[in-house]
Design a protein around this ligand. Structure first.
Ligand code: GUN
Ligand code: ZN
Length: 438
């Protein structure tokens, strides 16, 4: 049995922190320990107590004075879009047609998919993200490549090949039948293999015909325990086109509702311009709205009203995500910094505990995966990020005036990026060090 004992300042959330003083919402140990055995957390708590349980054989790794948190979770990203990031001057539909679909054609080539999968998961780890919910391209080979790479690294990732059978060029299209068959084959091969999880992934209503949406609904009925991911209400042009394509349905959300795609494991990227009816439909079904601030700003899509959705009578479940490559950064720290600004433009403020809750436990809850990831709780998978708030000269200088944990966390969110991520443990293995060492 391989055991390691990490030492540092440990922080893990028990629930949503109402305020900056809501101390019972988190567990913080100034001198904390995390005992890991065979990829799982055996116990976390005060170092002196954890050390007593650890025994002699354990390997001790001292990360003091850094912070140890659960690894970050990114609830929506497109791995084939690494070379789409920083494509200038378009909003959603033009951006897809001009840059994204042509780029995704390249993933017909399995070797390209393998190369980009490797580089994508390198970026995830480098930035402290230990779980990502990823869209692959329409090609089965792209999902094969992604899962193979993820499995080799023993990461808990959730992914699916996009199903898309219209309104995009040849070369990125499947058909209702091939989309269904490829999805079935991928589920059989990868779902539940090691830590891999499959998400049924109709790209969005515009690129799926009614026949394909029927097939997506059938897949969901046949595999009710799987996640489903798609896009919803991102941009006004997209909403208008969707209503043209599905004129007999009440609104955009109704497209997914009609085909049986709402539910507790359904993840809807963006959800910026929802009506009250649509928000009710999502909340009544337990569906999740995914906040993608850097992407929403970059594409000029709009301001996701996080607090309106959270505070309404029928609260929405919310996750946060990079949405690379509409999103402009791989870092969940950078993402929540932009998220803070979006929420501020809506007249509210997210305190730093709430932001860190969101990218750890909050996202794990949104993925219905909190028994496995998102906390430092006993028995969960040992995905841990080590953060250094003194990582750069500017951070060090600002840290001279920082007095509280809340201030330190806010500094990490405002100035932090991959340089603040000192180490990342994936199922108990030091993945960032291993990656750099090659
Ligand atoms: N809607 C459908 N596909 C995409 C995509 O790849 N990125 C974004 N941001 N929105 C989408
Ligand atoms: Zn997306």
């Amino acid at each position: 049995m391989t055991s390691i004992l990490l030492r540092g300042r440990t922080l893990s959330f028990e629930r949503w922190p109402q305020t900056i003083d809501d101390h019972s919402a988190w567990r913080y140990e100034e001198d904390g320990g995390v005992l890991i055995s065979d990829g799982r957390i055996v116990v976390a708590g005060a170092y002196a107590d954890v050390e007593k349980q650890a025994g002699e054989a354990v390997k001790k790794i001292d990360h003091r004075p850094h912070l140890l948190l659960p690894g970050f979770i990114d609830a929506h990203a497109h791995f084939p879009q690494m070379q789409v990031i920083a494509s200038y001057g378009a909003e959603l539909l033009d951006w897809l047609n001009t840059y994204t679909f042509p780029e995704e054609k390249k993933f017909a080539n399995a070797q390209h998919g393998r190369r980009i999968s490797r580089l994508f998961l390198d970026e995830m780890v480098r930035h402290g993200t230990t779980t990502v919910v990823a869209y692959c391209s329409a090609h089965r080979a792209s999902a094969e490549a992604f899962f193979a790479e993820s499995h080799d690294r023993n990461m808990l990732n959730i992914a699916g090949k996009v199903m898309m059978d219209r309104n995009a060029p040849e070369g990125v299209l499947d058909t209702p039948q091939s989309g269904y068959d490829d999805t079935k084959a991928l589920i059989k091969e990868w779902h539940g293999k090691g830590r891999q999880l499959y998400a049924i992934t109709p790209r969005f209503a515009i690129t799926s015909s009614p026949e394909q949406m029927e097939m997506a609904g059938a897949l969901r009925r046949e595999h009710p325990d799987l996640h489903m991911q798609t896009h919803l209400s991102e941009n006004h042009g997209e909403i208008a086109f969707t209503q043209q394509l599905y004129p007999w349905l009440r609104d955009y959300t109704d497209v997914y509702e009609h085909y049986g795609l709402l539910g507790k494991k359904s993840l809807f990227g963006h959800c910026i311009h929802l009506s009250e009816r649509e928000a009710d439909a999502l909340s009544n079904s337990g569906s999740v709205a995914v906040f993608c601030p850097t992407s929403n700003l970059f594409l000029g899509s709009g301001l996701f009203d996080y607090q309106r959705y959270r505070k309404r009578d029928k609260a929405l479940r919310i996750a946060a995500a990079t949405d690379v490559g509409g999103g402009t950064n791989y870092s969940m720290l950078r993402t929540m910094d932009e998220g803070y600004k979006v929420i501020a433009l809506n007249g509210e403020k997210l305190n730093p505990f709430q932001s860190f809750w969101q990218i750890t436990r909050g996202n794990a809850e949104a993925l219905s995966a909190v028994e496995r990831i998102g906390t430092l709780n006993e028995g969960t998978d040992a995905d841990v990020v080590v953060l250094d708030a003194n990582a750069t000269p500017a951070m060090r200088l600002r840290m001279e005036t920082v007095e509280t944990l809340a201030q330190e966390l806010f500094l990490l969110l405002t100035l932090g990026d991959d340089r603040a991520v000192r180490e990342v443990y994936v199922a108990g293995r030091a993945a960032k060090t291993d990656m750099i060492a090659g």
